[in-house]
Design a protein around this ligand. Sequence first.
Ligand code: 0WD
Length: 255
Amino acid sequence: MISMQGRNAVVFGVANKRSIAWAIAQRLSEAGAKLAITYQNERLKQEAHDMIVGLQGAEAFQCDVTKDSEIESLFATLKERFGHLDTLVHSIAYAPAEDMKADFLNTSREGFKMAHDISVYSLIALARAATPLMNNGGSIMTLTYFGAEKVMPSYNVMGVAKAALEASVRYLAHSLGPKQIRVNAISAGPIKTLAARGVAGFTEMLKAQADRAPLKRNVDVKEVADAALFLASGLSTGITGETIYVDGGYNIMGY
Ligand code: 0WD
């Protein structure tokens, strides 16, 4: 049993009960961590507050990661409420639907910028804001997808953003390593969530992955949450800058 007793964690990207971020928040909380979850806007506030009722001592705060002022005030609040932070989970991505659907050749300048701002730059901004609170070292993690490395038809600009995200994980790991703050990515196999619904042909992706993966099945969100707990815990203190696959082994296959 991995214990997160006495540790504080903040989890970004809880949209609803199907969110990967929610499974991670629950897993960290079960292991004893004190949790802050964040929601994007007023519209998601009620649901976030309803959801955390079951998580002992958890609190929910608004933070739209495109707004520097919201990031700043969130971390000021976290400093006040938690004192220090041990774990930060970034489980956020967005690209305009038109750009996901379009032929990649027709990716718009605005869509490209937005996808990279929300899905990549936000990790850098949050890591910077969290650093002063991680004075005993810490673990930062993000969620990525294999579309960063290989072409997944209809993943398009999001694949390019995930490649930038994985490179950012390595550069952040180098930057924060001397402070004993580790930065890693979990590359999850496809899981049915709100964000996944924006990917055309998602059901076929699920099926293809289950057919070809060595484990011959899709992954469960709980398996992703278990890997997140490992990365947050004292069992992974030698690991930083890595992309860890929780995909049933799909990525190792040639065909
Ligand atoms: O198959 C999947 N579901 C996989 C997801 C496979 C591999 C990786 N991932 C990644 C996603 O790319 C993302 O980085 O996991 C992360 C979490 O995605 P999810 O759990 O699949 O999706 P969802 O429950 O929709 O959570 C993502 C949330 C947003 O949801 P919507 O769908 O409403 O855009 O990211 C949040 C938002 O709550 N988000 C923001 N939060 C703060 N500020 C912002 C923002 N500006 N934009 C989006």
